[in-house]
Design a protein around this ligand. Structure first.
Ligand SMILES: *[C@@H]1O[C@H](CO)[C@@H](O)[C@H](O)[C@H]1NC(C)=O
Ligand SMILES: *[C@@H]1O[C@H](CO)[C@@H](O)[C@H](O)[C@H]1NC(C)=O
Ligand SMILES: *[C@@H]1O[C@H](CO)[C@@H](O)[C@H](O)[C@H]1NC(C)=O
Ligand SMILES: *[C@@H]1O[C@H](CO)[C@@H](O)[C@H](O)[C@H]1NC(C)=O
Ligand SMILES: [Cu+2]
Length: 657
């Protein structure tokens, strides 16, 4: 929710168009420039044009798949010339004259294909430029200066403001407004720890004006002492870092990565962040690349705070659709953010005025050996012989970090030699902190909606819901969603002493309604299978979801944030593939009303059996802050796994040495 200061505006760049363009490659700086030129020509600058979203308009899946099948993979034997990719298009969302416009640009023809003025609810993501401008406004606002004086905070240069989206609470008409809250840095870089509590401002983003001001109460400003987290300022110096060195065993061609048996594409989108596409596994036994995942990305990250007071109730953020997990990705450093031998890829997004901005080293890719065992066995039962076979595990990790204001989200996509794809997220950074007069829990008489984590400082309760879009193509496009229901069977046969056992009752979902799942509500395992293909043993070829942390939403269904976040009503949903169903909170999320969410799409109850299907899976973290998370939070991780299940004829890594 703040400008990435480290992002560098790219004015000149050496033209490193990759030799082998891939249809899912993110827009290059020159393509972003081209979009800017074409759109600016069509919308004169006097119209106060802002570029709220610029991204690749992906070619139709069938076109990508046909390109991919005729494009040689590095293994087993490279073929000479790849076919040309389908035409490149960009999808653009701009604000102009207080209206939202959708523009599709054909980059090869250098022309606008279509335009549309959006008349529905909600607004496009805030741009970094808009946030920057809005957060500067209080510094010249007399009532705010007066509020600062009242609190004895006299140095305006120490004030740091943050813009918050505010949701929708049933209003018939909305404006494109945000709330601004400020902090007093004086003596710390951890300004989140020093909120000027009780004061909030409302800014109209289209007019770029303060339109509301409220100074409701005064509480203590938490002290700067104890909020430092920079090693250079802390004593004793932090311990030396463990060394890691092992050479890369992977190849990167543009955005295409090959490692071990895996081939996949690493895309980027200013809203989603990293996008993994066309992940396939080279099956040595069948001597072919077998598809697993057409696409996987975080479609939305919903973070509702749980403090119902005037200044906090509206904090129910959609970090993807309101801010942008890709736009706020941070540059990564070798040896700290990633191992020293990691490879890096840059990312480019369009700034408010459409100019390409580089995030250097936005992705790191590395081989990870963490001492894990891929498989092993010790056999001591054979006379005069002790057999021990162990295979150590190396995996390949694609890492990015999205820093959405106070929070840092580490996203790792991890590929294993045994055919699993894991996605692990790590939550770190600084808690959302609220100032209070309390310094000890004994003084507290009523709910403070969080934990007193330091003197005068409350870490406010909240959730993080990561909703993933997982477009499986398990050994082909037509797939089905299967539930293994576990049932206890009572033994009727008196000939054995056991009274019960469990068994698997397999159920194939026919329509979307059959595929709305709350994990943990009953014992199940969830699979995506290819019903048209079987192993030699006759089992359906599949992948299963091994879920990560769960936290069902606890808001009531008719509460406005939950209406907007209704895609978290279930942990798993399955829909038939539809190119325009991409963002679970809707295309326009800021101040949305929940009329374009996954929950709405799913109501059509379409058929999902033996079709191209997409799984939507929510990993949830319920977060009651604790003192260890102050002044900065040690990483809290959780992840899920997509694991081959009767996909291979046998252990695919048997022959590994
Ligand atoms: C453009 O923005 C400026 C201030 O931000 C405003 O004064 C002007 O009226 C706006 N122009 C249009 C055409 O909306
Ligand atoms: C700001 O910092 C200076 C220097 O440490 C200190 O003298 C002053 O009291 C601080 N002001 C506030 C409001 O904390
Ligand atoms: C917090 O303490 C200050 C100073 O004692 C007092 O002026 C203020 O009213 C208190 N605020 C609340 C909400 O109790
Ligand atoms: C694709 O999804 C959009 C949005 O939900 C919907 O309007 C459209 O009808 C869908 N297309 C098909 C072919 O189902
Ligand atoms: Cu949290």
């Amino acid at each position: 929710m703040k400008v990435t200061l480290l992002s560098i505006v790219v004015l000149f760049w050496s033209f490193a168009e990759c030799s082998n363009p891939h249809p899912l490659d993110p827009l290059t700086p020159s393509e972003i420039n081209l979009v800017q030129t074409i759109v600016q020509k069509a919308y004169p600058t006097s119209h106060n044009l802002t570029f709220n979203y610029v991204g690749l308009d992906e070619p139709d899946k069938l076109k990508v798949l046909s390109w991919d099948s005729s494009n040689p993979k590095p293994e087993p034997k490279p073929k000479p010339k790849p076919p040309p990719p389908p035409p490149r298009r960009a999808f653009v969302m701009v604000r102009s004259q207080k209206q939202s416009h959708e523009i599709t640009v054909d980059l090869s023809k250098r022309s606008i294909v279509s335009t549309k003025v959006y008349q529905g609810n909600g607004y496009p993501p805030l741009t970094a430029g808009e946030i920057e401008e809005a957060t500067q406004l209080p510094l010249n606002h007399e009532p705010f200066k007066e509020s600062l004086r009242k609190r004895g905070l006299n140095d305006v240069s120490q004030v740091q403001c943050v813009a918050f989206t505010l949701g929708w609470y049933g209003e018939a008409k909305t404006r494109r407004i945000v709330k601004i809250k400020c902090h007093y840095r004086n003596g710390t870089v951890n300004f989140y720890a020093r909120p000027v509590e009780g004061v909030e401002m409302v800014v109209d983003i289209d007019d770029m004006k303060i339109v509301g001001y409220n100074d409701r109460y005064v509480v203590a400003l938490p002290k700067a002492e104890g909020t430092e987290y920079r090693a250079s300022k802390l004593k004793p110096p932090s311990a030396p870092k463990p060394k890691q060195d092992h050479g890369p065993g992977f190849t990167i061609d543009g955005h295409s990565v090959s490692w071990d048996s895996w081939d996949f594409h690493v895309g980027y989108d200013s809203r989603a962040g990293p996008i993994i596409s066309l992940a396939s596994y080279y099956d040595v036994q069948r001597k072919k690349h077998r598809t697993v995942l057409y696409k996987g990305f975080i479609s939305e990250l919903f973070v509702p705070y749980q403090d119902p007071t005037e200044e906090w109730y509206y904090k129910t953020f959609f970090d993807g659709g309101e801010y942008g997990l890709g736009r706020f990705m941070s540059p990564l450093k070798a040896s700290t953010d990633c191992p020293s031998d990691a490879s890096f890829i840059n990312a480019y997004y369009a700034s408010s005025d459409g100019t390409p901005v580089e995030i250097p080293n936005a992705f790191c890719i590395f081989e990870k050996y963490a001492g894990g065992i891929m498989w092993r066995h010790t056999e001591a039962a054979i006379p005069n012989e002790l057999i021990t076979e162990t295979r150590s595990e190396k995996t390949l990790v694609v890492r990015t970090v999205s820093t959405v204001a106070n929070y840092d989200y580490i996203t790792d996509w991890e590929f294993t030699p045994s055919g699993s794809i894991k996605s692990v997220v790590g939550l770190t950074g600084i808690l959302a902190l609220k100032a209070t007069n309390y310094t000890n829990t004994e003084e507290i008489k009523k709910d403070i909606y969080g934990t007193l984590v330091a003197d005068n400082t409350i870490g406010v309760n909240h959730d993080h819901f990561f909703t993933y879009s997982l477009d499986f193509d398990v050994d082909g496009v037509a797939n089905s969603f299967v539930k293994y229901n576990f049932e206890t069977v009572r033994v009727k046969d008196r000939s054995i002493p056991r009274k019960s056992y469990w068994t698997v009752v397999s159920e194939t979902a026919k329509t979307e309604a059959d595929a709305r799942i709350n994990l943990g509500s009953k014992p199940t395992e969830l699979l995506v299978v290819n019903p048209n293909k079987k192993t030699k043993q006759g089992n359906k070829i599949g992948y299963r979801l091994i879920p990560g942390p769960m936290a069902h939403p606890l808001l009531v269904g008719d509460d406005f944030p939950q209406i907007r976040g209704a895609f978290t009503d279930y942990d798993v949903w399955v829909t038939p593939y539809n190119k325009s169903e991409k963002w679970v909170a809707g295309l326009y999320v800021d101040r949305s009303r929940g009329d374009d969410t996954l929950a709405v799409w799913s109501r059509r109850n379409r058929r999902i059996e033996n079709r191209d299907i997409v799984m939507w899976y929510t990993m949830g973290f319920r977060h009651v802050p604790c003192q260890e998370e102050f002044p900065i939070m040690p990483t809290l991780s959780g992840g899920f796994e997509l694991r081959p299940t009767n996909f291979f004829e046998r252990n695919p890594i048997l022959e590994t040495k």
